[in-house]
Design a protein around this ligand. Structure first.
Ligand SMILES: *Cc1c(COP(=O)(O)O)cnc(C)c1O
Length: 309
């Protein structure tokens, strides 16, 4: 049983026409919990279910938390989500509606996460990290297998980077198929560019702070595995502005009538806003990673904040 679905791989007529290339969307926004995270987190939760574990704990009010809640329902294993006091009420409500047991603890994410780790020890719950686990990467790698099944062999894949779990999974999937020349073009917003800055510095750096509308990309440090893989796999790292990420969300909404987070808009912006980097490639897949932290009102508010017309 899979906790994720085989998502559609759809040709983008507008982008293909504008660039003279074959450009496809891999629409992960259609996963049950709203993002690709169902693949990796579903794989990890299923592994624990087979080991007869009796509960999950996670410290995410974002798409990782939603994926844990979804897996918990599907596997009939309770999920506890620990969130800091700063969490907006709608986020808490959404997780509770997904049957998660929400505990508010800590002033910020670090404190909530420490409490989640404490709970996992005291109550022997399985701690589910958002991106840094080999089984999470294995789950995300299924994206590449599906692309192959759909008979597309891209020479470039565009994806967003937060902590580097998606990137790790895609590299793993490419290596499994020996698609070693498929270049990965990564995208981050400027205020959350921990991957970009690490590659530039030739070491894994920690950002002093996160400053972006694309909060889902807000990992101060990428995982070691993503950094190590980027030393071996052809990778081009890009950054986009918040305004470009939000604009790309509107362009994608117009083209496919699907709402996605600015975290996903960041990847779309590489094709909609910044075409120069695509020049050497012929067949390009954009991972439309999705995200459920978005509404039409929020998108319009972000557009005003980033001063779009
Ligand atoms: C988690 C997530 C990301 C970032 O993924 P990482 O594995 O942390 O790099 C990007 N976009 C969306 C919508 C996400 O949910």
């Amino acid at each position: 049983m899979n906790l994720h679905i085989h998502t559609p791989l759809l040709r983008s007529n507008s982008l293909s026409k504008a660039t003279g290339k074959k450009i496809y969307f891999k629409i992960e926004a259609l996963q049950p919990s709203g993002s690709f995270k169902d693949r990796g987190i579903g794989t990890l939760c299923q592994y624990y279910a087979l080991k007869q574990k009796t509960g999950f704990v996670c410290a995410s009010g974002g798409n990782a938390g939603m994926a844990v809640a979804y897996a918990s329902n599907a596997l009939q294993i309770p999920a506890t989500i620990v969130l800091p006091h700063t969490t907006p009420a709608p986020v808490i409500k959404k997780l509770q509606q997904a049957n998660a047991n929400v505990i508010i603890n800590g002033k910020n994410w670090n404190q909530a996460n420490s409490f989640a780790l404490t709970l996992s020890k005291e109550k022997s719950l399985c701690y589910i990290p958002p991106f840094d686990h080999p089984l999470i990467w294995e789950g995300h790698a299924t994206i590449v297998k599906e692309i192959q099944k759909d008979e597309v062999h891209p020479d470039a894949i565009i994806l967003s980077v937060g902590g580097g779990g998606l990137y790790s999974g895609i590299v793993q999937g490419l290596q499994a198929l020996k698609w070693n020349t498929t270049t990965i073009i990564t995208s981050e917003t400027v205020g959350a560019a921990s991957f970009h800055e690490s590659l530039k510095a030739h070491k894994r750096i920690q950002l002093p702070s996160i400053n972006t509308i694309a909060v889902t990309l807000g990992a101060k440090q990428i995982c070691q595995n993503a950094f190590d893989m980027a030393q071996r796999h052809p990778t081009i790292s890009q950054t986009v502005s918040d305004a470009q990420a939000v604009k790309a969300c509107f362009e994608f909404l117009e083209e496919r009538r699907i709402l996605v987070e600015p975290a996903c808009g960041a990847a779309l912006a590489v094709a909609y806003e910044n075409r120069a980097v695509l020049q050497p490639f012929k067949t390009i897949v954009i991972i439309v990673c999705g995200g459920s932290g978005v509404s039409f009102d929020l998108l319009q508010q972000w557009a005003r904040e980033t001063s779009l017309p």
